[in-house]
Design a protein around this ligand. Structure first.
Ligand code: AR6
Length: 184
């Protein structure tokens, strides 16, 4: 069952998706999701901010994880330690680069959200904070991304065992307003 409580909160059974404005590096969720690159390098955007706030422990754990595996494909996600962040884990999710929408971008974006929830669920976590994956440097149009993400989050929450709360943390006013519009 899905109904809208107010402009910022979507209830799905006993779970909830909250849409908030803020800086994800300050979130206290069990895990924060990072909009990463294929090799889990620090990079720019929200990824650079998470590596800076998390400190060398996060970057070193990324290097350790990548030492014995191939680069991520869009839609994959991997958990690491969270270093100095207020979260317990960082889940690094790779969104697609936008190439016009006909090259599997919606499926890869949905997978990035779904796989992040599944990763958190395997770790027994309750709360997960997401940024708006792919909508910065990777160029995915915000409204389209928000619709894909909200549907993927709803479906993943319906199947999750431990994850009960998702917070989507939007950095700027435009992104926040667009996500609210998509939720309505
Ligand atoms: N908290 C929440 N959201 C933020 C923050 C923050 N502190 N900072 C930026 N955003 P982007 P992508 C928003 O470009 O498009 C990196 O170099 C931002 O406004 O960070 O998935 C990676 O290493 C935007 O809406 O991620 C990859 O190479 C959203 O986060 C590449 O960029 C995502 O923007 C990934 O590109």
């Amino acid at each position: 069952m899905l109904f809208l409580m107010n402009h910022e909160e979507i209830r799905i059974g006993s779970s909830v998706i909250k849409i908030v404005r803020g800086d994800i590096t300050q979130e206290r969720a069990d895990a924060i999701v990072n909009a990463t690159n294929a090799s889990l390098r620090p990079g720019g955007g929200v990824c650079g901010a998470i590596h800076t706030a998390g400190g060398p422990a996060v970057t070193e754990d990324c290097r350790r994880v990548m030492a014995d595996r191939e680069p991520l494909v869009p839609g994959e996600a991997i958990a690491t330690v969270a270093g100095d962040l207020k979260a317990r884990y960082v889940i690094h999710a790779l969104g697609p680069v936008w190439h016009g929408g006909e090259q599997g971008e919606p499926e890869a974006l949905a997978s990035a959200y779904r796989t992040s929830i599944e990763t958190a669920d395997k770790l027994g976590l309750q709360s997960v904070a997401f940024p708006s994956i792919s909508t910065g440097i990777y160029g995915y149009p915000l409204m389209a991304a928000a619709h894909v993400a909200l549907r993927a989050l709803r479906l993943a929450l319906e199947r999750a065992h431990s994850v009960r709360e998702v917070r989507v943390v939007l950095f700027d006013a435009d992104a926040y307003e667009i996500w609210l519009g998509a939720a309505r």
